[in-house]
Design a protein around this ligand. Structure first.
Ligand SMILES: Cc1cc2nc3c(=O)[nH]c(=O)nc-3n(C[C@H](O)[C@H](O)[C@H](O)COP(=O)(O)OP(=O)(O)OC[C@H]3O[C@@H](n4cnc5c(N)ncnc54)[C@H](O)[C@@H]3O)c2cc1C
Ligand code: SF4
Length: 493
């Protein structure tokens, strides 16, 4: 559709709406608005964002596709209960500032969530329009609309108001999405808040894991700047459990409450032969080198912390695997293979990421899994030996269990292998803090208000949920902050 065609359609829809004659049928007839994106061949050679965002006309037309359902099933699908139909109605009416205000009631990071939330299994999965077409890809594009208003930032860089100082100190350990939200909400209540971050840059996985081409770092940077303007102190290169323990923060440094939001940054490996060869990385290490240490920035003379690879195998089928594979393409690999032991249907990665990865030339090796990594006399990886699989009965996760086909081994020549099969909780806090309860996977146990077993200590995000999502971490940051604010209100100075 051209801009003029969109304009004409929008005007006719608005006229019908004004006359009270707009029918659901008219809304169903509006074509779903695709988001413009960078050409696949061009983007293989840059790290700029792939999806370019809606124009205003596209956003308003997409918003007109919403039926304004009385029961708004989309809201039930949203982990933080954003008033979706109301913000969409505001966009349709051309009031994007109001739309942003509505979103911000429940989500502090709309520009992030609009880009990385798995909407197709959350709000969009339950959207009536997608259900009517029996196709979730035809649901109202709630995430793209969220991104549209967040990027316009019609409110300007408004700094949330902060209550007068309470004299209470709050420590936030980890600066991921959960930590950012917990810091903002406790600071708003007037507490003196300090964020302690192990890395040299704050932002958590949004900075060191999710690549620039999916989530521009400037967005996260702006959120951190907002926190600073609110008066939150950010201390980097500070590892709680090493630099100071939680007990020290509370008994010696005077913190009245501590929120633990350290994520799940410990990569899992397969336990196969050859995983310690040169050229074998965890996806976390690979992505951290690329994102945080700018391995992609060959031109500007950054010290490149990843050896140049020609043939890369990425093992896994989630978002992390897609990010690693697409990063490998951008840092110059000629061939990138994605090896996954189930089929595409079972892949946990977002549909959009799978689609983009294929467009960028990543070769999918499905129903295959590595048996060992082969190295040369210098202990450098030279090949990956894989087995072919078929799907058997469903396992505990409900997905059909992959079963190896005996004798199906074959070799793929590679110089780099990236293992992206999952992350677990880092054991440091567990090893250095007595009085905290952890489950058998090493995740912190909390109650429904994100209180841990240790008085004054709260936790949320991946360290509680296991590797989860940005929006769930944010949701827990908010719940924990509410509990901290409640508890500190009753605590004498
Ligand atoms: C590559 C990748 C891609 C992903 N893609 C998506 C996606 O598309 N959509 C989505 O919703 N989710 C995605 N996720 C998951 C999502 O990023 C996480 O669920 C979310 O970031 C968890 O937030 P969190 O607040 O628990 O902290 P995290 O973001 O994990 O941040 C924790 C922070 O704590 C710091 N830290 C750790 N230990 C200490 C310590 N002892 N002292 C001080 N600081 C410490 C870490 O350095 C880190 O900065 C992805 C994850 C990865 C790894
Ligand atoms: S379910 Fe879909 S159509 Fe209904 S209010 Fe939500 S976004 Fe609109």
């Amino acid at each position: 559709m051209t801009h003029e065609e969109r304009q004409e359609l929008l005007e006719s829809l608005l006229a019908k709406q004004k006359a009270g004659t707009l029918k659901p049928r008219d809304r169903f007839d509006i074509p779903p608005q695709n988001m413009p994106e960078q050409d696949a061949a061009a983007r293989r050679r840059n790290v700029s964002e792939v999806a370019l965002g809606y124009t205003e006309m596209q956003a308003r037309l997409e918003a007109m596709r919403c039926l304004q359902c009385k029961t708004a099933p989309c809201v039930q699908g949203c982990p933080v209960g954003i008033r979706i139909k109301d913000f969409i109605a505001a966009i349709a009416d051309g009031h994007c500032d109001r739309a942003l205000d509505i979103i911000k009631e429940n989500s502090l990071l709309p520009a992030v969530c609009g880009r990385v939330c798995p909407q197709e299994v959350q709000c969009q999965e339950t959207c009536t329009v997608g259900l009517k077409f029996k196709d979730v890809s035809r649901a109202v594009s709630i995430g793209r609309l969220e991104r549209f208003v967040a990027d316009l930032d019609c409110n300007g860089a408004a700094i949330p108001s902060v209550a007068s100082l309470t004299g209470k100190k709050v420590a936030i350990v980890g600066s991921g999405p959960g930590g950012i939200v917990a810091a903002a909400d406790t600071r708003r209540a007037g507490h003196d808040v300090t964020v302690f971050e192990a890395f040299h840059k704050p932002g958590g996985v949004m900075v060191y894991g999710i690549p620039e081409f999916r989530l521009p770092k400037a967005i996260v940077h702006d959120e951190i700047e907002t926190l600073k303007k609110m008066g939150v102190r950010i201390v980097t290169n500070f590892i709680v459990g090493r630099t100071r323990t939680i007990e020290q923060l509370m008994t010696e440094d005077g913190f009245d409450a501590v929120y633990i939001g350290v994520g799940a940054g410990l990569p899992s490996f397969m336990g196969i032969e050859g995983e310690s060869l040169v050229g074998v990385y965890s996806a976390n290490e690979y992505l951290t080198r690329a994102n945080l240490m700018k391995a992609y920035d060959f031109g500007s003379g950054a010290d490149t912390p990843i050896a140049a690879s020609k043939r890369v195998a990425v093992v896994g089928g989630g978002n992390v695997a897609m990010d690693a594979a697409r990063t490998a393409v951008r840092v110059g690999a000629e061939k990138v293979y994605l090896i996954y032991r189930r089929t595409e249907k079972e892949m946990p990665a977002r549909v959009e990421e799978v689609h983009h990865a294929k467009q960028e030339g990543i070769e999918f090796h499905l129903l295959q899994s590595p048996k060992r990594i082969v190295g040369d006399q210098n202990s450098r990886a030279t090949a990956i030996e894989c087995l072919r699989y078929e799907l058997g009965e469903p396992d505990d996760s409900g997905r059909r269990r992959p079963v190896a086909i005996a004798g199906s081994e074959f070799l793929i020549d590679v110089d780099t292998v990236i293992i992206a099969i999952g992350n677990q909780a880092n054991p440091l806090i567990r090893q250095t803090t007595t009085g905290l309860e952890f489950n058998k996977w090493g995740n912190l146990v909390v109650d429904e208000n994100c209180r841990t077993s240790m008085p004054g200590v709260y936790a949320g995000g991946d360290i509680v949920l296991g590797a989860a999502t940005v929006i769930l971490a944010m949701g827990q940051g908010r719940i924990a902050a509410a509990a901290i604010n409640d508890d500190l209100a009753d605590k004498p100075r």
